[in-house]
Write a protein that binds this ligand. Structure first.
Ligand code: 13P
Length: 250
C-alpha cells in the first residue's frame, strides 16, 4: 500500500517570521499519524523550518537544484548541499520553472538523476497547458515529460521517486481538475511506469496531484485510486487550510 503524502510548495513566499509561525502551527496540528508531510520553503527558510520540525515526522524539501556537484555556477545550489542542509526531498521541473526559467525535459532528467545519486527524493512535476489539453494532446505531453525526465535513469536507483501531476491550467487559478480528470492522467502515468519498468515499481511510486488543491476538494481527489496525495501551493501557506488538506488524506 502506498502511503499518502501531502507536500507544501511555498514557492517564493513568506519571510522568516511567517515561515516559523506557519511551521509551528502545522507541527501542532499534524498529530502523530496520518499522511507523510513535506514542506518546501524557499532555500533561505530551510534552516529555520528544519529547526522547528526536527525530531518530528514532518520532512523538508527544496524547490529546485542544479545538477552539477560543485563549481563556478553562480546562484545555483547542488543536490548534496540540499541534502547536507537536512532536506530529504526536492521538487524538480515545476511548470513555473519550465515556463519562466526555460527548463526542459533534458534539464529535468539531469536534475532528477543528480537528486537520486545524492540520496534526495525527487518530486518530478509534469502537466499539460490549457492549449495542449484543448488540442487533445494531454496524453502525449505527459508521456513525453515523464519519459524525457526519467530517461536512462536505471530502475535500481529510481527508488522512492515521486511524480506530481500538475495541470498548468489548474495551478493558482482556483480551477481544480475534477477528480475524474486527474485520475485519468494518474492512471496513465502508472501504466506507463508499469510498461516501462515493472508492475511492482508502478504500484510503489506515489503520484501526487497539484493545482488548486484546497480543504474543500482534497478528500474527493485523494479518494481516487491512483492519487496518492497532493502538491499544494497557495493553500499550503495557510495553516488551517493546510491542516484540512492533511486531514483529508488520513
Ligand atoms: P496552487 O495550489 O496554488 O494551485 O499551486 C499548485 C502548485 O504549483 C504546487 O506545486
Amino acid at each position: 500500500m502506498r502511503k499518502m503524502l501531502i507536500a507544501g510548495n511555498w514557492k517564493m513566499n513568506l519571510d522568516r517570521e511567517h515561515a516559523t509561525q506557519l511551521t509551528s502551527s502545522i507541527l501542532e496540528s499534524s498529530g502523530d499519524s496520518g499522511p507523510d508531510i513535506v514542506l518546501c520553503p524557499p532555500y533561505l527558510l530551510i534552516p529555520p523550518v528544519l529547526e522547528i520540525v526536527r525530531d518530528s515526522r514532518i520532512q523538508v524539501g527544496a524547490q529546485n537544484l542544479f545538477w552539477e556537484k560543485k563549481g563556478a555556477y553562480t546562484g545555483e545550489i547542488s543536490a548534496s548541499m540540499i541534502l547536507n542542509a537536512g532536506c530529504t526531498h526536492v521538487i524538480i521541473g515545476h511548470s513555473e520553472r519550465r515556463q519562466i526559467f526555460g527548463e526542459t525535459d533534458i534539464s529535468v532528467q539531469r536534475k532528477t538523476a543528480a537528486a537520486l545519486e545524492a540520496g534526495l527524493i525527487p518530486i518530478v512535476c509534469v502537466g499539460e497547458t490549457l492549449e495542449e489539453r484543448e488540442e487533445g494532446r494531454t496524453e502525449i505531453v505527459i508521456e513525453r515529460q515523464i519519459s524525457g525526465g526519467l530517461e536512462r535513469i536505471p530502475q535500481e536507483i529510481l527508488g522512492d521517486i515521486i511524480i506530481a501531476y500538475e495541470p498548468v491550467w489548474a495551478i493558482g487559478t482556483g480551477q481544480t481538475a475534477t477528480p475524474e480528470t486527474a485520475q485519468e492522467v494518474h492512471k496513465q502515468i502508472r501504466s506507463w511506469l508499469k510498461d516501462t519498468y515493472s508492475k511492482s515499481l508502478a504500484e510503489d511510486v506515489r503520484i501526487l496531484y497539484g493545482g488548486s488543491v484546497k480543504g474543500e476538494n482534497a478528500a474527493e481527489l485523494f479518494g481516487q485510486d491512483d492519487i496518492d496525495g497532493g502538491l499544494v501551493g497557495g493553500a499550503s501557506l495557510d495553516a488551517e487550510g493546510f491542516a484540512q488538506i492533511i486531514a483529508a488524506a488520513r
